[in-house]
Design a protein around this ligand. Structure first.
Ligand code: RIB
Length: 337
């Protein structure tokens, strides 16, 4: 069904894509987990290596795969079996329609997705090398149009949430507004500061779980981060800057966690790496699901590590996200000393 053929119902909060009205004030589905963030169509090519400046490299077949850090994290949560609602914007184009339909099919409540007229859906151009490492350039498109007003328009969502999951692929002003609102409603904020941006201490102090990868932790602290020892120093610095609990993901080296109750390093299950795209998103999805089910922080990070590890064994962003049964199996088997 073409997006443009659907008449939007009145009011600022609507979903033209599925012609479903947002009913967050009465009767809409209520999720304890809300994601506010980006949706991208990933434009992906696998190549033997990432090209140097000025170089042309022959790659394999081009693919379009649903992505965007916000949508990936929402999809990860839904696939792990927890109800989740996503607020975000796509363009009124074919990519937008595909992304919204795909998210709904994965089990995410898409009622708060907005189609922005005259703006392109966000894209991410991704090259994946033979070792499964990637380089990504995003063109935000409609993601850049998610406003504080959008957050206010869906106030009912946040009032009933327990966890709000955010990344930095939408305007920082909107992220800041959502964090302030969540703090007022007593909602726990999980912030994945990706791509890295300077975060005021006032905001950090309202974040319950800050989850950067090593390069983002380095960017945020100015300290080198390459292993558990250096991650410990960066995590301490981020806690001094106001973050409550800091979880730095370190790829194949696992994750380092610093919280008011102490700190620890969590290794990751050994797997064959196919593509690291969205491994961090699977980790965050796993973390939030496990926390929302009442697991301890240590077990939640172990569960998240299993989700992230499974995601690197498959190609693509949302195509790589594991099911709840898969993560549960690995979680039962993976018991590091
Ligand atoms: O975290 C992976 C995601 O980053 C990709 O899906 C891409 O869209 C970019 O947002």
């Amino acid at each position: 069904m073409p997006v443009a053929s659907i008449d939007p119902p009145p009011g600022p909060c609507y979903n033209r894509l599925g012609a479903v009205r947002i009913l967050d004030l009465a009767g809409a589905s209520v999720s304890e987990i809300v994601v506010i963030g980006s949706l991208n169509m990933d434009l992906v090519v696998r190549a033997p290596r990432l090209p140097s400046p000025g170089e042309t490299v022959r790659g394999e077949a081009f693919r379009t795969i649903p992505g965007g850090k916000g949508a990936n994290q929402a999809a990860a949560i839904a696939l792990l079996g927890q109800p989740v609602t996503m607020l975000g914007r796509v363009g009124d184009d074919a990519f937008g329609e595909q992304l919204a339909q795909n998210l709904g099919a994965k089990g995410v409540d898409p009622a708060h997705l907005l189609a922005t007229v005259g703006v392109a859906t966000g894209t991410a151009t991704i090259i994946v090398d033979a070792a499964g490492q990637n380089s990504i350039v995003i063109a935000p498109g409609a993601n850049g149009q998610v406003t504080p007003q959008d957050v206010d328009d869906c106030d009912g969502l946040l009032r009933q949430a327990r966890y709000l999951v955010l990344q930095l692929e939408i305007p920082l002003e909107t992220v800041a507004h959502a964090i302030d609102k969540a703090a007022r409603h007593g909602v726990q904020v999980v912030l994945n500061p990706a791509p890295a941006a300077q975060l005021p201490a006032r905001l950090l102090s309202r974040v319950r779980y800050l989850v950067p990868n090593e390069s983002e932790a380095q960017w945020l602290t100015g300290l080198p981060v390459s292993d558990a020892g250096s991650a410990a120093r960066a995590a301490d610095r981020l806690r001094q800057q106001g973050a409550h609990t800091v979880i730095i993901t370190l790829g194949s080296q696992g994750a380092y966690v610093a919280s008011p109750d102490g700190s620890f390093h969590m290794p990751v299950p050994e797997v064959t790496v196919v593509d690291t795209t969205a491994a961090g998103d699977a980790f965050i999805g796993g973390l939030v699901v496990a926390l929302s089910r009442g697991l301890s922080l240590r077990d939640a990070v172990r569960y998240a590590s299993c989700a992230g590890a499974l995601a690197v064994t498959r190609f693509g962003a949302q195509t790589s996200l594991p099911s709840g049964a898969e993560v549960e199996r690995l979680f039962q088997a993976f018991r590091p000393a």
